[in-house]
Unconditional design. Structure first.
Length: 192
């Protein structure tokens, strides 16, 4: 059995017992100032597999869910305003996060269409994943506010690259999730 097929079977099997949980990070201490933000983004991405399974099993809602995306963006916009940070910046960050999550879901659907034996037979309640996503969103906006100056400073790109690699390694992300994490964090750095 190939490594990818084994990984997919592991993911599919985990969907039978509950939401996908990423492995704990290698160390308890963050490795840099952006670590908590990027790690939370990775945890938020991990909801893509259980959400995809739920949507697959229930034949909907569609992967693109504009009302849900709008609600998420409105909530993070309001949270950004409460923190006194630019809501447009935060909205852009979360648009990238949503797009990366949808990319994983589309990939899973494609894999399941190509090999129906890998498709999940059961999926968690979508509301469980949405509750987790809402919590991750709050943490991410909090971290954006705390790291605002770094995210808008000249060392952001270097710090973000190192942190993304550290999180991907600690979380043992496969190539799909590494690509999704890089995409989700694509608009974090804004030099002013």
């Amino acid at each position: 059995m190939t490594r990818n097929r084994s990984a997919l079977l592991l993911v599919a099997g985990s969907l039978l017992v509950g939401p996908l949980v990423l492995p704990p990070t290698a160390t308890a201490e963050p490795k840099g100032p952006l670590y908590r933000l990027v790690d939370t983004a990775a945890q938020r991405l991990a909801t893509a597999d259980p959400v995809a399974a739920s949507k697959w099993i229930n034949n909907g809602p569609p992967i693109d869910d504009p009302p849900r995306a709008a609600a998420v963006l409105d909530a993070v916009d309001a949270d950004a305003t409460t923190h006194g940070i630019d809501p447009l910046y935060v909205r852009t960050v979360f648009t990238d996060q949503i797009n990366a999550t949808e990319g994983i879901e589309y990939t899973r659907f494609a894999q399941w269409k190509f090999d129906p034996a890998l498709a999940p037979n059961t999926g968690p309640d979508l509301s469980e994943s949405r509750t987790a996503i809402d919590g991750f969103n709050k943490t991410m906006v909090d971290e954006i506010a705390v790291q605002w100056n770094l995210l808008h400073g000249p060392t952001c790109s270097t710090e973000l690259s190192q942190t993304t690699d550290a999180v991907a390694t600690a979380r043992q992300l496969d190539p799909l999730y590494r690509q999704a994490l890089t995409s989700a964090a694509g608009s974090y750095c804004r030099t002013t």
